[in-house]
Write a new protein. Sequence first.
Lengths: 334, 332
Amino acid sequence: MSEVAAPTRYQVADHAPRTLSDFLLRWETILVGLLILTIVVNAILTPYFLDVGNLLDATFNFSEKAMIALAMALLIIVRDIDLSVAAIVALVSLTMGLTAKAGADTGMLLVVALGVGAACGAVNGALVTGLALPSIVVTIGTMSLFRGIAQVVLGDQALTEYPDALLSIGQGYIGAGVPVSFAVFLLLALCVGFVMHKTPLGRRIFAIGANPDASRFSGIPVARIRFGLFVLSGLLAGLAAWFLTGRIGSTRPNIAQGWELEVVTVVILGGVSIAGGSGTIPGVVLAVFVLGLTTFGMSLMNVPGIVINVLLGLLLIVVLAAPIVIRRWMAFRR
Amino acid sequence: MNARREILLAVIILALIVGVGIRAPAFVALSSLLGVLTDTSFLFMLALAQMAVLLTRGIDLSVAANLALTGMVVALVNHAAPGVPIAAIVVLAIAFGAALGLVNGALIAGLGIPPIVVTLGTLAVYRGMIFIIAHGAWLTSKDMSAAFLSVPKAEFLGFSSLVWIAAAVALAFWIYLNHTLAGRALYAVGGNPVAARYCGIDLGRQQLTVYTLAGAVSGLCGYLWVSRYGIAYSDIALGYELTVIAACVIGGVSIAGGVGSVSGALLGALFLGVIVNALPVINVSPFWQMAISGAVILAAVIVNSRTERRGGKLILPEARRSAAAVPGVARS
């Protein structure tokens, strides 16, 4: 018993010493490299890319998705997934359209958007945690259900009567040309990043993802936190719908179609493990920029959207496969 | 596996058909019911293929994209060389689809990337490839040869060729999953991967097999889809992968792996097929279809979880106790 050397107070080895290669192989470092590469390649290919005004305007196209991605990252960290986010956007936009028709103002519409979004999230959360169902199946079901309701109500119609104030927020800027939605996204990212990396709640969320059983035995309210994350996902989808509806000024049943897959792609590219328990918010934010600027650069060069999707799909696979192949190759050499 | 559940589903489908038949007698005419079967044959085949993947705790989101890409490839081949015999076209469709599936399988089994991520990526890639190889063009029935278009129109003993092909695929899957070692291995891998490994079952090999198989079936469906509807472009069967998964879930296939039967998957597909075909007949707007299938998926997954819990056998009392102590903690 007494033979064990007592560790001195200031040398508790809770992690291996950090080396330069650790830093260089960190996911965030790789993403920064990718981001620089994206910017350089685009700047060489098209003269219109490196223009601050253009770049800021480009954020309109991904800020709404990026807000949802923050919540999706947390869900994937706790081993869940929410495939219904885009359908929630559709349902929220529908209720916004109906209440706007009934004369609601912009502030009221925000309340409606957040309320409906949170309610949809609560449905998902209740089914997943209350009935212990797999989230992927539940949210495939609610995805059909939510978008289906929007389709039933809208048919082939569109709702376009929105107050001018909403449109000017959706397409508006704060200060020197920073889009409102982008500023809100950055603010949200800061908050989520702080909670995840600097507070006990964040550590608990990572713990749940790493080992739900052990977390439950340690007194973490696993079901309650997972439920809360589904509500958060719905809430942010509602907020995104508020901005999106304001930006495009109309609601059709196919609004935000296919976003769920784009959002999941961003999160995974951001280094969040689909197996849960690991990932960082800065990584997700970097991935948002990499994907957003890649898309923007290619659309400047008139690359069709579907071709951009091919490259994003390839990027997702290559980015995940490359470290595994490199690691195997290094192990093989050794 | 769970015969009572499947009988219940069959009874519900029958009740649905009878109910619709009372409102609209034309629906229960033999020709109309055969039409439902024909319309649903794609879903039958794809649900079976998806089930094999789900059994191994995997998922294949790229089946519909694979279908669309293979459909475009064979349509282009037919357009460029109308003389190529149909047998060769069918073989090409199956082989090309299998190759696309093999890509999934290799990434999943070889590199250990999670199936949902791989197939999400290949879904985008395969869809986009359609646009690239066809330069954004659409191929319609006038770009296809008569022989190419004739296969889905053929009939034998009153059933369309699509139903016969689906039946053959179903029989093959039934034999594979119930009467071959390789098929049983899928259940073993999904039920308990660790135990399966100790029994000498190679997970990687099973994964390669099921994704390639899913690809081959998708490829076959790709040719049949394009020749039946007489059109090939980048958006055919868009989002159909989720319908396929829905059919499996309704049919009692567990997304957590190891549970599912051929008859269940077929019934799940039939259920969705009957709903899709019944709605217009009883004058319900087709816009309802999506909401209804969403509600049905949720109902099915709730029912599944109840029966699974009741039927689940916990061998060790310790396991029972620890399971009871952790309510609500389920891997998803």
